[in-house]
Design a protein around this ligand. Structure first.
Ligand code: ZN
Length: 347
């Protein structure tokens, strides 16, 4: 008789109501993989896209969401150097073949076999999860599981955007949209560690205050103020060297207008729509660079994690809910009133 675990299972796309608690067969880890007892799993916007369907590769049903997992190693079918049963860990959310040219050059997220836990394969809305041993990152004891689970996907994404793609430099000005989102919260902190001046936007005074508490040097209410004009004012008409874009259609044009000459726009998402309008005159006359960024490599996560473990980067956890309240967690995220990460706690 196979044993079962508690899991939030999706058997089709739809609203939060498609998330149902079930007894689901335990995953079986293979040699080279780890089986992890999930203690906490953070939500990401990707969970909403995966639940609704229609964005990229659809998972096979039944499906278990959850990209960001922290817990303890429950089993290692074959010994792995440096890992042991009972060890406290967080998981790198992207898996890849590990053998192709992209993987070997540290470009995991361009591997043709790239998969994201919880989006393309089963994730962490469950008692147990399995993943390749290469995805297992041990965490120091003082770091709580809820905090560790809130770290990987958004810090990995923001790290790749700012450090690897845009190469943000000391003393540059950076505009970060939607400070209350996971990527926004992570990008503000990474930009401050680099030594940039951060201008952050948010949609309420409470969120703007939280952005400043995280280190933002200046803030703009993107509902009430003209963001491009405010950026020009704050930078003495220069504009920012880098824009962190992850909202898409509603903000794209203003992002382009906010850039300084030779500025770089880096984007990792389009939560408000895919059709961003670009006036090409700005692109050539100001010699702008527009670049895409997608997730990041396992090495990117390790680089960011070193600063997390040293206390220099810290995920903001908005709320922790029990796994059984996954539906409510999705509703909170969709309402966009949160600042930082929503985390499910797995007993
Ligand atoms: Zn590969």
């Amino acid at each position: 008789m196979p044993t079962t675990m508690k899991a939030i299972v999706m058997r089709g796309h739809g609203g939060p109501e498609v998330l149902r608690e079930e007894a689901f067969p335990d995953p079986v880890a293979l040699p080279g993989e780890a089986l992890v007892r999930v203690r906490a799993c953070a939500l990401n916007h990707l969970d909403l896209w995966t639940r609704k369907g229609g964005a990229g590769r659809s998972p096979a049903f039944p499906h278990i969401l959850g990209n960001d997992i922290a817990g303890e190693i429950a089993a290692l079918p074959a010994p792995v150097d440096g890992l042991s049963v009972g060890q406290r860990v967080m998981l790198s959310p992207g898996t890849s073949c590990g053998r192709c040219r992209m993987c070997l050059s540290g470009e995991d997220s361009s591997c043709r076999a790239y998969r994201i836990l919880g989006a393309h394969v089963h994730g962490g809305y469950a008692g147990l999860a399995r993943c390749p041993a290469a995805n297992v990152v041990p965490i120091p004891d003082p770091i709580a599981f809820e905090e560790a689970a809130a770290f990987p996907l958004v810090f990995l994404t923001a790290w790749r955007m700012l450090v690897v793609r845009a190469r943000l430099a000391l003393g540059e000005d950076v505009l970060v949209w939607a400070a209350g989102s996971g990527v926004g919260m992570a990008a503000i902190q990474i930009a401050k560690v680099i030594g940039a001046r951060v201008i952050a936007t948010a949609g309420s005074e409470a969120k703007l205050a939280q952005a400043r508490a995280l280190g933002a040097d200046a803030t703009i209410d993107h509902h009430q103020q003209d963001v491009a004009a405010e950026v020009r004012r704050l930078t003495g008409k220069k504009g920012v060297e880098v824009v962190v874009e992850h909202t898409g259609q509603q903000t794209w044009e203003r992002s382009i207008l906010s850039l300084a000459h030779r500025g770089r726009l880096v984007t990792c998402g389009a939560t408000t729509g895919h059709d961003g309008r670009t006036d090409l005159r700005h692109l050539f006359a100001k010699q702008l660079t527009v670049m895409g960024s997608y997730m990041g490599s396992k090495a990117d996560l390790l680089d960011a994690a070193a600063l997390f473990f040293a206390g220099r980067l810290r995920p903001v956890v908005h709320e922790v809910l029990p796994l059984a309240e996954a539906r409510r967690a999705h509703e909170i995220m969709e309402a966009s009133r949160h600042f930082g990460k929503i985390v499910l706690k797995v007993e």
